[in-house]
Design a protein around this ligand. Structure first.
Ligand code: KIV
Length: 265
């Protein structure tokens, strides 16, 4: 099978084919996820919580992200490999360039992801003008958990929804080629996905985004914390880790996941 690129994902959007993404932090599980058919592997800074045992993603360092991205990139052959820029790793445009360069040159990432809208537009433009593919991330942005007052659904009132819609367009105009939407009402996520040319990957954003992403450990039901409402433990009905990931991939492709019970109003 061929290497998936951002062009592949854009074509999947225009063909109405669901994109399946999942997090991976090490070689063996990255290999399993790829074999199970994932289109995109995200080395998420969620590793701070599910691998390192922190209460948030804030303590994750650039070195941590480069290390885990390297572990995953050594074995990734087909999936698009996206790495998170960690908290404070893109506090200025110069620092963002340095972090992104390390994730790509040392880590082997093919795209970097950063959280936020208006405050990140200059950075997104700066990186993309220098040949660095960028994925945006709106809605619940875990690096801002203390500013947001907790892990809560975002964009519920009209003003916040309008602002998110505008920010998504602004990110696309600044050069972002992909967007993650986390914990937003289903109707808003649908509107944003329809409105953008770039693919929108949802997590807790309902079934109508162009694709889905989940934290691997939630798919396997082994997270330290309670499994979030928007996730499903696919291990309950699977005979192996690879079967569980394959069941997730197939459920997304067939439109069977997420269901109403995993979505927000
Ligand atoms: O860090 C992460 O795993 C993420 C996903 C939850 C989208 O950003």
């Amino acid at each position: 099978m061929n290497q998936k690129t951002i062009t592949t994902l854009h074509k999947m959007k225009s063909d109405g084919e669901k994109i399946v993404a999942i997090t991976a932090y090490d070689a063996s599980l990255a290999h399993v996820c790829e074999n199970a058919g994932a289109d995109l592997l995200l080395v998420g800074d969620s590793l701070g919580m599910v691998v390192q045992g922190h209460e948030s993603t804030l303590p994750v360092t650039v070195d941590d992200m480069v290390y885990h991205t390297t572990c995953v990139s050594r074995v990734t052959r087909q999936a698009l490999l996206v790495a998170d820029m960690p908290f404070m790793g893109y506090a200025t445009t110069d620092r963002a360039l340095e972090t992104a360069a390390r994730l790509m040159k040392d880590g082997g990432a093919q795209m970097v992801k950063l959280e936020g809208g208006v405050p990140q537009l200059e950075t997104v433009r700066y990186l993309t003008e220098r040949g660095i593919p960028v994925c945006g991330h709106l809605g619940l942005t875990p690096q801002s958990v203390y500013q947001l007052g907790g892990y809560r659904v975002q964009g519920r009132d009209q003003d916040a929804a309008t602002a998110m819609l505008e920010e998504s367009v602004a990110l696309q105009q600044a050069g972002a080629q992909l967007l993650v939407l986390e914990c937003v009402p289903q109707t808003l996520a649908t509107e944003i996905s329809r409105n953008l040319q770039i693919p929108v990957i949802g997590i807790g954003a309902g079934p109508d985004t162009d694709g889905q992403v989940l934290v691997l450990y939630d798919v396997l039901g082994i997270s330290v914390n309670r499994i979030p409402k928007f996730a499903r433990d696919f291990m309950q009905t699977a005979g192996s880790v690879e079967d569980a990931v394959r069941a997730y991939v197939q459920a997304v492709r067939a439109g069977g996941f997420p269901g109403p019970e995993h979505s927000f109003e």
